[in-house]
Design a protein around this ligand. Structure first.
Ligand code: ADP
Length: 487
């Protein structure tokens, strides 16, 4: 029989898990997790600090050698079992995720499938870590090149994809043979605790993955960075926090992977199939209520198709049902917190003050929960804050352009470079625009690029490194080269 969400939450641990044991915070502090659709408190967890962080990193360091020596096949099978368990329990985990984060159940189910797939993908990669052996060009030395786990890793994730953002770090870390200390986002820790339980049930040994939940991220993460015991930090979050962590990591020369902010341009050429373009825009804009670093932030539309495109988009956006993500028929859930709604209100008001026209939505509803309606703004001026700020809400900002050169210039006028989208029925033009866009990823006639088997990541201030794909595991491996003279 299926469990209710309160039964699922009651089955989860305290919020601090070290060396196979759930603990209270050394300080005795706790914090509350709420449901953004209602504002109600749904859980109280241990609120970790430096003492808990120290205990966790000590265990990760102590267990590293033993874990690295576990055969790749065994590590692979833990991941494979975790994938299977998560797939079996998808409905339960989706409900939990929706309750703490707000996304509609259908999207939460999609995230469970996507997040679990990282475990399957890296189960397959764990047994295929490549090496190399060759002769030096002068024929006098044999080179043997191997890849070893980088060592204990610090993992930090945001609240917007509470499962996928961490499974794509834990998956490759397990595959590579690294121990981990992990700090989930304070707004959405419950999904992480559920995934941890599944990994333990799948056979992950005690001490390989310790978790410390906290409302004071710096008090946990900085001691980890400065411990001298961690060798790598993998972060997904905002660019300002990423920069701070890069500075902190420089002190001990830790390796870093950084998935930071985005400001994705979405270009609709005049030769686009407008139905394809609107479908793609809906996916790129509305996935997760727009709370995604891949969200289309600036929708650049050729002036000749702007009236048709904006009419079709506005029709689709206006038809969406806003409500509690757990209720049937909800397309758009609440934003994650009241502050998130305040920010969207500020961006929309600023754009309107600078001349944008509201085609639908555009004002905060009254009542409980952190809701904001799907909104389309047309004629957004270049000076508007919305053009340079990640919206992280269900707001489509439309900007006209006349030539491809102009579209590229607007698209690249940002310090970010995560993802871009191009809509055109001409393959040559689509490829040429994709090549000119400064982004780590481009969606050509699609609004969805994320795939566990593909390298996710950005350039410029959107980050360093890639997650998923063939290169995802390399972020957790060091290269070692052995020189052997030919005698
Ligand atoms: P967002 O705005 O998406 O919450 P943040 O970058 O603030 O993005 O948060 C992403 C993650 O980084 C969260 O887990 C958060 O707790 C963590 N974080 C925030 N500040 C720090 C910090 N000073 N040191 C380490 N982690 C931090």
């Amino acid at each position: 029989m299926s469990r209710s969400v309160s039964e699922i939450i009651a089955s989860l641990g305290t919020g601090i898990h070290i060396d196979g044991q759930w603990r209270d915070a050394a300080s005795g502090d706790t914090f509350e997790v709420d449901n953004p659709a209602t504002g109600e408190v749904i859980a109280t967890l241990a609120n970790g600090g430096k003492a808990d962080a120290d205990a966790a990193i000590d265990v990760a360091a102590a267990k590293q050698a033993e874990w690295a020596a576990v055969p790749a096949r065994e590590r692979s099978e833990i991941l494979r079992r975790a994938y299977e368990l998560l797939t079996e329990r998808a409905e339960e985990l989706a409900l939990l995720m929706t309750t703490e984060m707000g996304k509609p159940l259908a999207e939460a189910r999609g995230e469970v499938a996507y997040g679990a797939e990282f475990f399957r993908w890296f189960a397959e990669e764990a047994v295929r870590i490549p090496g190399d052996a060759r002769l030096s060009p002068d024929g006098k030395t044999r080179f043997v090149i191997t890849h070893e786990p980088v060592g204990p890793c610090i993992l930090i994730t945001p609240w917007n994809f509470p499962m996928a953002m961490v499974s794509r770090k834990i998956g490759p870390a397990i595959a590579a043979g690294c121990t981990m200390v992990y700090k989930p986002a304070e707004l959405t820790p419950l999904t992480s605790l559920y995934v941890l339980d599944v990994l333990r049930e799948a056979g992950l040994p005690d001490g390989v993955l310790s978790v410390v939940c906290t409302t004071d991220a710096g008090s946990v993460v900085e001691p980890w960075i400065d411990s001298g015991k961690a060798r790598k930090l993998s972060f997904t979050g905002s660019t300002p926090v990423g920069k701070l962590l890069l500075e902190q990591c420089s002190r001990g020369v830790l390796r870093t992977s950084m998935e930071l902010g985005g400001n994705a341009p979405f270009i609709v050429c005049e030769d686009a199939d407008l139905d394809v373009a609107v479908d793609a825009a809906m996916a790129a804009k509305m996935r997760n209520m727009g709370e995604a670093c891949t969200a289309a932030n600036r929708i650049l539309v050729h002036r000749s198709v702007l009236p048709d495109f904006s009419a079709k988009l506005t029709e689709r956006m206006s038809a969406l049902n806003v409500g509690d993500g757990a209720a049937d028929g909800t397309d758009v859930g609440p934003l994650v917190a009241g502050k998130a709604v305040d920010k969207v209100v500020e961006l929309v008001d600023d754009a309107v003050d600078r001349g944008a026209e509201v085609l639908c939505g555009g004002s905060r509803p009254s009542g409980n929960g952190y809701f904001y309606p799907p909104t389309v703004l047309s004629g957004v001026s270049a000076e508007s804050q919305i053009m340079t700020t990640e919206i992280f809400g269900p707001v489509a900002a439309l900007v006209p352009f006349d030539t491809d050169d102009e579209a590229i210039e607007i698209a690249n006028a940002t310090e970010f470079g995560l993802v871009s989208y191009v809509m055109s029925e001409s393959l040559d033009r689509g490829l040429s625009l994709s090549e000119r866009l400064e982004a780590g990823m481009v969606g050509l006639n699609t609004g969805l690029v994320s795939n566990p088997a593909a390298p996710f990541g950005g350039i410029k201030q959107s980050g360093l490194g890639r997650e998923g794909g063939l290169t995802g595991i390399q972020e957790f491996l060091e290269t070692k080269y052995l020189a052997i003279p030919v005698r």
